[in-house]
Design a protein around this ligand. Structure first.
Ligand code: 1GP
Length: 238
């Protein structure tokens, strides 16, 4: 029980760099899963995240089942809404959109997910989700109908993440949004990392190995790559 989070904590302590590849059930076809997951297994990825802002009912579970046929990496849900929760995964980032002021994504979706989560044996990782301006209106921004924090406002970004830790979140996911043009600025990653004692996930718009390294160097414990690998399955070979 709770082994995925424990492993993240151990990795942080040992200063190991974790890497999650994000697969969106909306974009990945079942027939492509085997070859995509093969590429992930060959890379230095440590986790597979599954989720998206707009996913039809049932698609997440189908994808998770297919992914797990081909990998021993932990499969962690990164759900856009409560319909994406499935017991077939290994863990769930139980997200609360702390940067937004829409109760639906702060607490309502979580209430809807709770009775199902109680029934199943899925590791639950309370995660504070902090969305910053990625230079373009991202899907998460549209769907959640929330305003991301401006990247100039390092203090607000940092204090929001820190409040998440004080609320008992076990992870903070600092995010520019999938397909962002502007990644989370180094200054913001480093300010948040310095303030937190819990592990920090960083994602959104990272499209090169260099950007990944900069995020780690600034204090990200786990970096998430979605679009770059979606567009080019040789991304990790470079
Ligand atoms: C999205 O952080 C992830 O929530 C990944 O973003 O698709 O831009 O890599 P990208």
């Amino acid at each position: 029980m709770n082994s995925i989070y424990k492993d993240i904590l151990i990795a942080k302590k040992q200063q190991k760099r974790l890497l999650a590849v994000l697969l969106d059930p909306d974009k990945l076809l079942a027939k492509d899963v085997a070859k995509i997951v093969y590429k992930i297994n060959e890379s230095h990825a440590t986790h597979i995240f599954v989720g998206g802002s707009t996913v039809a009912n049932g698609e997440t579970e189908t994808l998770v089942v297919e992914i797990k046929k081909h990998t021993s990496l932990p499969v962690v849900l990164f759900p856009g809404n409560f319909n994406q929760v499935t017991y077939k995964a290994d863990a769930i980032l139980f997200l609360s959109l702390l940067s937004g002021r829409n109760p639906e994504y702060l607490i309502e979706q979580q209430i809807k997910a709770a009775p199902y989560l109680r029934e199943i044996n899925l590791e639950i990782i309370p995660t504070g989700y902090v969305l910053v301006n990625g230079g373009v209106e991202t899907a998460v921004q549209k769907v959640s109908r929330t305003v991301p924090i401006e990247q100039e406002n390092t203090e607000l970004i940092t204090n929001t993440a820190l409040a998440g830790e004080y609320l008992g979140k076990k992870l903070i996911y600092l995010e520019a949004g999938s397909g962002a043009i502007q990644t989370v600025r180094i200054k913001n990653i480093s300010s948040v990392a310095k303030a937190l004692s819990i592990p920090l996930i960083v994602g959104g718009g990272i499209r090169s190995q260099q950007q990944m390294q900069l995020a780690y160097d600034a204090g990200a414990d786990l970096v998430v790559i979605g679009t770059a690998f979606e567009n080019d399955s040789t991304f990790f070979e470079k």
